[in-house]
Design a binder for this molecule. Structure first.
Ligand code: NAD
Ligand code: DAU
Length: 358
């Protein structure tokens, strides 16, 4: 039996990863460290909480004593760091917390792993250990109409969020270059699927359409994102943790580039059909002020992970978006709970600043 430390496992991708791993492997125990910020939700882990291969620990990745204690108690074989502040708009309003969690938290995990995994007497790393940093394509910056991000594209982040993720990546690389720590970094494009917090484009639009609320499209809506179904991201991380070459970076993406306006119109169309509701129409779309420093296009070249690890996405966008929209319709109570209270205040504050451009 191996034991993995999963951080941020109550968030969107982390909770999907926990479900994926519990189903896929009988011989991996998962210790899930999550501080349950606004984005963390134990409801995402309902079935996992009943599984003896999953242990939930509420705590902060920046907490030195707690993380050291967990290493002593569980003797981890692998750390997979999902925990982060993940929303670009929030990073524009409040960058400091992004530095704390995304940079300082990562450095704390690296340090505690090094203390536990480096054998000072033998002057070598214990065998079979690995640290995986779940990073993002946003560290590469933005693309023009042509070309793709490869693993050797220069790191040129624009937002406070992507800068903090880039900072963390540099520390992971520094631990490999300086101490020879066994690490991998993954850089994935935009994910979608169940349990995504409705501050992000797809669930926010689904939630607003259902309520006949305006659909705030930033700027001209022609920005491009490369969408990947969340389970495909999970399978890629599982493979990298098991078989990724030490010290390597792996891009993850499905060559599925769509404009934001296309995504919004697809959601409108599906919901109008599913709910047989004529009030759902493109008239709900409102073009609002653009995000500051908005990256125009992301597009991932994931040839390396395909060639080296045989990974490729299993879910087409056409299937995945239908599963996702239907999941949000079928899980109304989940959506209502996460959008009550603080969410309403967040929404009013964030979108009041973005007046309609007419
Ligand atoms: P999320 O915001 O849904 O979840 C983040 C989780 O981390 C939450 O459960 C939160 O409680 C937890 N957390 C935050 N601060 C913490 C701390 N100090 N200590 C412990 N736990 C803490 O994020 P997500 O969308 O699931 O993203 C997960 C990871 O994947 C992030 O590192 C993100 O940068 C990366 N990523 C996300 C996407 C995407 O499209 N969502 C794409 C590529 C990479
Ligand atoms: O590329 C990977 C990244 O994808 C991850 O690293 C981030 O954690 C994740 O949040 C996501 O970042 P984006 O900024 O691309 O995602 P978001 O859902 O916030 O926005 C997607 C696009 O939609 C972006 O161009 C901004 C636009 N948008 C977003 C919202 C919330 C709108 O037009 N209106 C909105 O209300």
């Amino acid at each position: 039996m191996k034991t993995y430390l999963i951080t941020g496992g109550a968030g969107f991708i982390g909770s999907n990863f926990i479900h994926y791993m519990l189903k896929k492997h009988d011989d991996i125990r998962l210790v899930n460290l999550d501080s349950l910020t606004y984005a963390g939700n134990l409801e995402n882990l309902k079935e996992a909480m009943e599984d003896s291969k999953h242990v939930f620990v509420k705590g902060d990745i920046c907490d030195k004593e707690l993380v050291s204690e967990l290493f002593r108690k569980y003797d981890f074989d692998c750390v997979i760091n999902f925990a982060a502040e993940s929303h670009v708009d929030r990073s524009i309003s409040n960058p400091e917390i992004f530095v704390r969690t995304n940079v300082m938290g990562t450095v704390n995990l690296l340090q505690r792993a090094k203390e536990a995994w480096y054998d000072d007497a033998a002057n070598e790393w214990k065998v079979g250990k690995k640290y995986v940093q779940v990073s993002t394509d946003e560290v590469y910056g933005a693309l023009g109409p042509e070309g793709y991000f490869t693993e050797s594209t220069p790191i040129q982040p624009h937002s406070p969020y992507s800068s903090s993720k880039a900072g963390a990546d540099h520390f992971v690389k520094a631990f490999y270059d300086t101490y020879g720590m066994p690490v991998n970094i993954t850089r994935c494009s935009n994910n979608y699927g169940r349990y995504q917090f409705p501050e992000k484009l797809i669930p926010l639009m689904i939630n607003n359409v259902k309520q006949h609320r305006q659909l705030p499209v930033y700027g001209d809506g022609m920005q491009i994102r490369d969408w990947l179904y969340v389970e495909d991201h999970c399978s890629a991380i599982d493979l990298v943790a098991k078989r990724g070459r030490i010290g390597e970076v792996y891009n993850i993406g499905g060559h599925n580039e769509k404009t934001n306006i296309y995504i919004v119109k697809t959601i409108i169309e599906r919901l109008r059909e599913r709910l047989a509701d004529d009030q759902i129409s493109e008239e709900l779309i409102v073009h609002v002020q653009d995000r500051l420093g908005h990256d125009r296009r992301y597009g991932i070249d994931s040839d390396k992970i395909r060639k080296e690890l045989g990974w490729y996405p299993q879910t087409s966008f056409e299937e995945g978006i239908v599963f996702t929209i239907d999941w949000y319709l079928e899980n109304e109570a989940w959506l209502e709970r996460v959008t009550s209270g603080d969410y309403r205040q967040y929404y009013e504050e964030m979108y009041a600043k973005k007046e309609s451009r007419g």
